[in-house]
Design a protein. Structure first.
Length: 209
């Protein structure tokens, strides 16, 4: 899936690419940090997903988005807003893009929004997702069974499957099955990804309302 990350903020662009690769397999990423680079890529490459920062185009957001849409009729476009209400001032843009994320959102909201856009093709945060939603509605760990939560908790504490099996008096295959089911529900593939997700959730919980 050809995906364009157009953002003049290096750290945010690299971070978004890293998150996207963790979320989706088969992404071919392209980067644009200037308007000229953006125009060139949009002209010659067909994209399935375009993630565009409003800071890159500044006051020309509406014009640039319309130009992109003219050449990329089937692409799904996500706008990264510098402020929560910025997209509201571009009402005509909302009709031709497929989503928006605010950089001021907690990390877990940003990641969930990016995940929704990449997998489903759309995600709107303004007026549809509150600035500080109830963690119970967005915490993926809540989807785990009691046994899966026990296993994941011990994995996060650095325990190996064999050690967990011994402590809980379960077979290694049983522990491995719970681990596999939990990883699938959390859409992670390994322990580093699990720890990253857990840290993001923790950050979200401690963000003042």
């Amino acid at each position: 899936m050809n995906t364009l990350f157009a953002d003049n903020n290096l750290f945010r662009r690299v971070g978004s690419i890293a998150l996207a690769k963790k979320i989706c397999n088969g992404i071919t990423e392209y980067e644009a940090n200037t308007n000229d680079r953006l125009s060139l890529l949009v002209k010659y490459i067909k994209f399935e997903r375009i993630i565009l920062s409003s800071s890159l185009v500044r006051d020309n957001l509406t014009l640039i988005v319309r130009r992109i849409r003219k050449r990329q009729k089937k692409a799904r476009i996500l706008i990264i807003n510098e402020s929560e209400n910025q997209i509201v001032s571009y009402s005509d843009v909302q009709d031709i893009v497929n989503g928006n994320i605010c950089v001021d959102e907690p990390l877990i909201s940003y990641e969930l929004g990016l995940r929704s856009f990449l997998l489903n093709g759309e995600h709107f945060s303004v007026n549809k997702i509150p600035s500080h939603p109830n963690i119970g509605s967005t915490n993926p760990f809540d989807s785990l069974s009691a046994n899966e939560q026990k296993i994941i908790h011990r994995i996060l504490n650095g325990e190996r499957v064999s050690d967990i099996a011994k402590t809980l008096q379960l077979s290694i295959s049983t522990v491995s099955t719970y681990k596999m089911r939990a990883f699938k529900k959390l859409t992670v593939e390994n322990v580093p990804q699990l720890k990253h997700l857990f840290e993001a959730i923790t950050t979200f919980k401690t963000t003042p309302a």
